[in-house]
Write a protein that binds this ligand. Structure first.
Ligand SMILES: Nc1ncnc2c1ncn2[C@@H]1O[C@H](COP(=O)(O)OP(=O)(O)OP(=O)(O)O)[C@@H](O)[C@H]1O
Ligand SMILES: [Mg+2]
Length: 231
């Protein structure tokens, strides 16, 4: 029987999630600036490509493609030579498409681009970094309604999707427009400070179709990748 879950490749977390994230789920990965959101998301895509041969698409709307790939290579995730499985597109690439299709709205071009990649490389994971920037680029007029439609389109793709949500420095809200209710899962990355140091914690706040714990667990990164400490 084919696996019904996609591994996160965060050691300790897949065990807690009965093997990983249910396939086709739309997951919000939320955190304040510098909480390793991009790194955690890329690590899931990279490791699925490397170990399972699964294709993945990473849409980076804040950071350029070069800057993201450079950062990830610096963390031991060098995607050189993996272009057929690891597809990273940035605003520059989408803009180029946009000039070819000058009369189309931004979001239509974005969707066409993804639909096309879906057909040609059959990705098992899609990452959008970040959702608030996409909302700005798409010029959502009625965010709740427009988001509902965006989620409907994502669901029809049937690709496991990670939407990166940026939390404000002084707020505990994961998002602004009800994205947390529309999503199938929420993973929260949180930096916590004690007298001596700042540590990163991960919590699975919500995960439909999955029995999971709700605690905050230390998230550590070393050469072998990410690990949550659950004991
Ligand atoms: N082993 C490590 N442990 C903790 N942090 C690390 C480690 N290695 C690198 N970092 C740093 O973590 C920082 C944040 O990583 P990343 O860009 O993934 O976070 P982000 O949440 O996506 O940030 P942003 O809010 O800017 O989008 C980087 O500046 C990176 O240098
Ligand atoms: Mg980032």
């Amino acid at each position: 029987m084919p696996a019904t879950r996609l591994r996160t490749y965060i050691r300790g977390l897949d065990e807690q999630l009965q093997g990983g994230v249910p396939k086709s789920h739309i997951i919000l990965l939320a955190g304040k600036p510098g909480t390793m959101k991009s790194s955690v998301a890329f690590s899931m895509l990279y490791n699925n490509a490397k170990h399972e041969g699964n294709g993945g698409v990473y849409v980076t709307l804040e950071q350029s493609r070069e800057s993201l790939l450079e950062n990830m290579a610096g963390l031991g995730m060098d995607a050189k030579g993996m272009e057929s499985k690891v597809s990273v597109l940035d605003l520059g690439l989408i803009r180029k498409k946009l000039t070819q299709l000058a009369n189309k709205p931004w979001l239509e071009v974005f969707k066409m681009y993804i639909d096309n990649l879906d057909k040609t490389m059959d990705p098992s994971i899609l990452i959008i970094d970040s959702l608030p920037v996409l909302e700005v680029m798409a010029k959502f007029e009625d965010p709740r309604d427009d988001l509902f439609r965006l989620f409907e389109w994502l669901r029809e793709l049937e690709i496991t999707t990670i939407l990166i949500a940026e939390m404000e420095q002084d707020s505990d809200k994961f998002c602004e427009n009800g994205e947390d209710f529309l999503s199938d899962g929420i993973v929260h990355l949180d930096l916590r400070r004690d007298d001596r140091q700042v540590n990163l914690f991960l919590s699975v706040v919500k995960m439909r179709k999955t029995a999971h714990r709700r605690g905050y667990y230390p998230l550590i990164f070393d050469e072998g990748g990410f690990e949550v400490v659950t004991h």
